[in-house]
Design a protein around this ligand. Sequence first.
Ligand code: ADP
Ligand code: MG
Length: 532
Amino acid sequence: MVSEKQPIYVVPENVQRIFGQDAQRNNILAARIVADIIKTTLGPKGMDKMLVDSDGNVVVTNDGVTILKEMEIEHPAAKMMVEIAKTQENEVGDGTTTAVMIAGKLLENAEKLLDKKIHPTIITKGYQIAAEKSLEILNSLATRITTDDDYTLRQVAITSMTGKGVENVKEKFANIIVGAVKQIEDFGKIDLNNIKLEKIKGSSIRDTEIISGIVLDMEKVNIDMPKSVEDAKIALIDFSIEIKNPDIDTKISISTPEQLQGFIDSEERALRGMIDKIKKTGASVVFCQKGIDDVAQYYLTKNKIYACRRVNKSDMEKLARATGGKIVSNIDDLSNEDLGGAKSVEEVKQGENTLTYVTGCINPKAITIIIRGGSEHVMDETERAIMDGLGDVSAVLKDGMVVSGGGAIEIELAKRLRIFSQSLFGRERLAVEEFAAALESIPITLAENAGLDPIDILTELKAKHDEGMEHFGLNLFKGNVEDTFEAGIIEPLKVKTQAISSASEVANMILRIDDVISSGRRNKEGRMPEME
Ligand code: ADP
Ligand code: MG
């Protein structure tokens, strides 16, 4: 018989369990901390974060998802917050800070309700009702634009890039972004994989440009190869063009100089055979994902073939897409039909860099944006700004729907949610009201981050919206409250719908947890790091 004193272990001894209110509060706190961390980066006046990893690598960014990805977040609830940012990034490419902040605020406000002894089930129910209603209201508030409305598309690009260090070149970047997305659009389908972003260090971000075709940060393997090839037939190869290193185990017994020569000759013959096969397909350019050794380079040069080696996999895929060629893994499979085509393949020297331009591709939808800049950090942040712009402009081109930025849409949505809440009975109403309040954290934070008084701004905004001016928001170019749509601060509807749905989903998921059972790793003190 088990004596009464003896503990009963249902789960192994090293499993730690937190439940009930403790679990809830602990999770909410962790999630709020995540939101708090990125809060100061929101909006055009948001600050940047400098992240240093254990190897001393530095990233300076204003981008929510980048910050969260770079941080080593351990707490399970905090990790769920990071997931929202990643989802937002994958679905739209922008609005990551907004999504995480709304989730954080929903949880903060839920805590107020928990303090009033409102059961989590009621809160999650209310939040769910509010989220659904929000999507409906957002759709009714959004403005439809036509796909040829380049002005609005450019403003969407500019709004998404504001605060990301490209202020002085935003017009130019907006043109590049809108041009790029329009070029790859294919009957309403937009695959951003068609756009290659190539960072080339040197000059300034002002010299960032868009090229029709693929640009590789690579030179031809041999200086005597042709500098350019017209009407190029391109072989895309992912096997190495080298003499196979005799496997470690292979033993070659050579006892005379003639035998050695014979061995070298046979290897050379094999290589020459390979190049002959490539030549026979009609290829005039070779992009090889692996190595090309000296002897092979010599034969390629002799055959006037332009070749690059160690082209990375994603570039190979982009080249295949652009030139209509097929990546071949075995020399015996390579045939004329696998070759891609481009009007020109050319080596271009630019300052310290030597690049390969593949232009006039069979598929005109392939383009490269060459990002230039004086330092890696500047180029990285510029790349993130451009990615946000590309994401936002393609979101708008897909559904044609935009909303006014600078907190205008959030204020209007909150107002309408509050009106809607009047029609509800029971305590869910309180949750819907808290949901509305959570949305107001966006304009509040935009104001705070710009050093403006958030209470004044919120009061003024609410007053304007009560007067029916639904596009009034905060214009941080001027620091005042006005019609942000007219001021050209415009965002895709999709950023807002996605942010609200994923934020409310995660907030509800976290609220529904009342038991955290963790096993596994413990730190030196014997505590589980996840639980701290
Ligand atoms: P996110 O990661 O959520 O996209 P951002 O730091 O990019 O965060 O900030 C986006 C917010 O900044 C949006 O609410 C947008 O409306 C606002 N915003 C952009 N430009 C302006 C501006 N000129 N004035 C006021 N708010 C702006
Ligand atoms: Mg943004």
